[in-house]
Ligand binder design. Structure first.
Ligand code: TYD
Ligand code: MG
Length: 454
């Protein structure tokens, strides 16, 4: 007999037979908690005997009109949604506590309500008065948004059924309580059950439901990853506390591109969209200094220029530090290894710090060459020319691979006043006037051309 699984990871939802300090599923520490076992269904027997109804099947060529979409008018949000809100869809907006999810959604609610969609905002975290106060601060107190402070899911669903809104916002899924599940609000089973109920409700009643999910670092509260698979669209709201920039990133979207980003700025009067993020990310750049390289990246459908900053210093430790903010640390280790093995440039005994300015998280392999440029510039204490952008993927052999959408990257660089670009040979460049292209075919060639010696 298989034992009942009763330990669950609150970060990723993986089930375990016993407790351990680290989840094998997602690698997080201290996230495994004991839970009431999930119901094994009505009966363990096979469905057998009693027959069901037969289902009508259709073929793939059946014409389907694309879903009507509603735009909220905030371009950065509409684009991340894949071109507007789709009716009868379930969305999850995840993010760290305090990053601005409630602010974003209240502003979106007001926009959608003004565009004629009946909108209900249910807060399980704040009292109505608090939400109203925020609305006043945002200048939205006249918006036709209906408000409720409630956590009882049964009551919420009954209300939604009677009110028939076009959009309902649930802030947050971790505060919802389904009375048919015997565990505390915020536990994996509660969060799962609530998300499941809300998602089914959305499909059945044609309501768009947006759920807020707090990213939790550890412990008793289930994170948004537990419900990612149930919903149609998963958006994460990222950014660093010290920065005003906030990035809304689509990580899953059944109705649009999954890597699209929207950029916002947190102001005293709520979130303002940033329609030219490159200019914003580069605005803090000072005079050219060693360790800085401008990467011409692509986020979703849009080119975005960001500054990569590296610092390389002799290490007092036997194990030199490798610290990365905004990029993958495994990828950094790889670039350091390739630089050492293929170009003979060692980083042993040196601490290496890498930072993506502005709080953006870069995941494109095309950033490899810009990272290498920043690292070498820091190591050699030589500033790269200020008007140059760099991009391209580095392979383990030290060869360079062209990045997708080379032409768009170059156009964006030119638009922002850059006059030179370093990009691998190959790839369609089109005609971008006024930009001097350097096209190394491998890393050794790049090092030679950019930093003189090999
Ligand atoms: P909030 O939307 O409550 O975050 P979340 O729902 O993700 O927990 O936003 C919290 C932060 O945003 C808070 O620290 C104050 C700041 N903020 C502003 O800077 N300007 C504003 O207009 C508002 C409403 C909030
Ligand atoms: Mg909130």
């Amino acid at each position: 007999m298989a034992k009942t699984l009763s330990f669950t990871c609150s970060a990723c939802g993986a089930s375990h037979t016993r407790w351990s300090g680290r989840c094998d599923g997602c690698g997080e520490w201290n996230t495994i908690i004991q839970e009431a076992p999930l119901s094994a269904g009505p009966a363990k027997k096979s469905l057998g005997g009693k027959r069901g109804q037969s289902i009508t099947l259709s073929d793939l060529s059946t014409e389907e009109t694309p879903p009507p979409r509603t735009l909220c008018g905030v371009e950065e949000l509409d684009r991340v949604l894949g071109g507007g809100l789709v009716p009868a869809s379930a969305l999850l907006v995840g993010g760290d506590p305090g990053i601005g999810k409630s602010t974003l959604l209240l502003q979106a609610a007001a926009r959608f309500a003004r565009n004629g969609i009946k909108t209900i905002y249910v807060s399980g975290e704040e009292a109505s008065a608090q939400v109203r106060m925020r609305a006043r601060r945002l200048g939205l107190e006249e918006s036709p948004v209906q408000l409720a402070a409630e956590t009882n899911l049964r009551d919420i669903l009954t209300t939604l059924e009677a009110e028939k809104p076009g959009l309902a916002i649930i802030d947050s899924i971790q505060t919802m309580w389904a009375d048919n599940v015997d565990s505390a609000p915020g536990s994996v089973s509660q969060v799962r059950a609530a998300a499941h109920e809300l998602t089914t409700f959305a499909k059945r009643h044609g309501v768009s439901i947006i759920m807020v999910g707090h990213v939790t670092k550890e412990g008793q509260i289930a994170g948004p990853r537990v419900v990612e698979h149930m919903v149609d669209t998963v958006l994460y709201f990222e950014g660093e506390r010290g920065h005003q920039f906030r990035i809304l990133r689509a990580v899953k979207n059944r109705f649009g591109r999954a890597d699209e980003i929207g950029v916002f700025e947190m102001t005293g009067k709520g979130l303002a969209q940033v329609t030219n993020p490159s200019a914003l990310f580069l605005s803090e750049r000072g005079t050219p200094s060693p360790g800085s390289a401008v990467f011409a990246g692509i986020e979703g459908t849009r080119p975005v220029l960001v500054e990569l900053q590296a610092l390389v210093a002799p290490s007092p430790h036997s194990q030199p530090r490798r610290t990365v903010v905004g990029w993958d640390s495994g990828r950094l280790a790889m670039i350091l290894a390739v630089l050492e093995a293929r170009c003979g440039i060692p980083f042993a005994g040196l601490d290496v710090y890498l930072n993506v300015a502005g709080g953006l998280k870069v995941s494109e392999p095309a950033a490899d060459l810009a990272v290498a440029a920043a690292l070498l510039s820091a190591r050699e204490d030589t500033a790269l020319p200020a008007d140059t952008v760099v991009f391209g993927e580095i392979s383990l052999s030290g060869a360079l691979r062209p990045a997708p959408q080379t032409e768009n990257r170059l156009k964006e660089a030119q638009k922002l006043g850059f006059t030179a670009a370093i990009a691998p040979a190959g790839g369609k460049t089109g005609t971008v006037a006024g930009l001097t292209l350097t096209r190394p075919s491998d890393l050794v060639g790049f090092v030679g051309e950019t930093f003189g010696a090999g």
